[in-house]
Design a protein. Sequence first.
Length: 401
Amino acid sequence: MNQTPVSERVHITFFGRRNAGKSSLMNAFTGQEISIVSPVMGTTTDVVYKTMELPPLGPVVLVDTPGLDDTGTLGGQRIARAKEAMRKTDIAIVVTDAVLPPDEIEKDMLAEFDKKKIPCLLVFNKADLLKEIPAEDEKTLLVSAKTGFHIRELKERVAAMLPEETKERPLIADLIAKKDTVVLVVPIDAGAPKGRLILPQQQVIRDVLEAGACGLVCRHTELEETLEKLKTPPALVITDSQVFDQVEKIVPDFVPLTSFSILMARYKGDLPLLTEGAAAIEKLRGGDKVLICEGCTHHRQCGDIGTVKLPNLIRRYTKAEPSFSFTSGTEFPTDVSSYKMVVHCGGCMLNRKEMQYRLMCCREAGVPVTNYGVLIACINGILERTLEIFKNGQKTDVKLD
């Protein structure tokens, strides 16, 4: 069964102290026994994820976290994992025991969410233990995971908290018009997943179809023949960045050209920031530290783009030997200040909140950050051409939220 990718779902995270009832509340919220529940403090020892449909939000990920008041060496690691979950949180639910007054942990969390502009709701659990129901306001809610009191209201409140930035954004729909022809260049190599296309390619094809346009898919080895068969030039050619050097020689100058990775740079990241960051390659010298980040954890193939091809491209272009470091999946250093440059993948496996966090780390440290596709276009001397499509403004009549 096809499902919405986790990276495209709204992430709703439950935070709080041990035994506040986070796991019980998440179970009540989903109507399923997702997290283990026990009166023993610290039962939740790692972050737990659950995908589900939550009308009217649609596809979401619910996240249960360890207690923020955990103790000891392992407790410190659990707290760190809980705070890591904040990086990808779109809506935060801070759970506290209704019988106990909120302490500094809850206050600090609420302040942190306010600072990061993450919508947050303070939920007082275990209402069934109270003799009287106190007054609530728009930022608090009294519930009982045990009896189901106000669980429906909690879902409704959460659904109404959807941040503006998480509402549907176009990947390509605003760049094309109905009945346009878009050519998608998809090389099949050792790094391509067997029997399927990678996620950005799937997403672009879906966006093209929803815009009412026609998408033609071919490999770069058949591109020239494909273009010759068209009665009129395509409105846009989108290619895998790894074959930019071959594709740009085939596509006429008057036909807009960009890549899947550059589309993702706009969709998940900050295209102007990532474009500006590419210029840092001109200043790289031997021994300079360069961090290359991959958002997924796929098995590294011979000729892997992140660990092999990009470093080789950078070496050839700079005629120097920088010092390369690599991260993948959820790995990302909290301090990037020692790097001269950060190069990140398109982030298709990361949600936008996580991608924005990583860019913020680079921005605050004053470290240039760029994207695979943007940097490869820069190295090939075609960056301006690949960005031209974004300067022409909205082209489609598709309604954008």
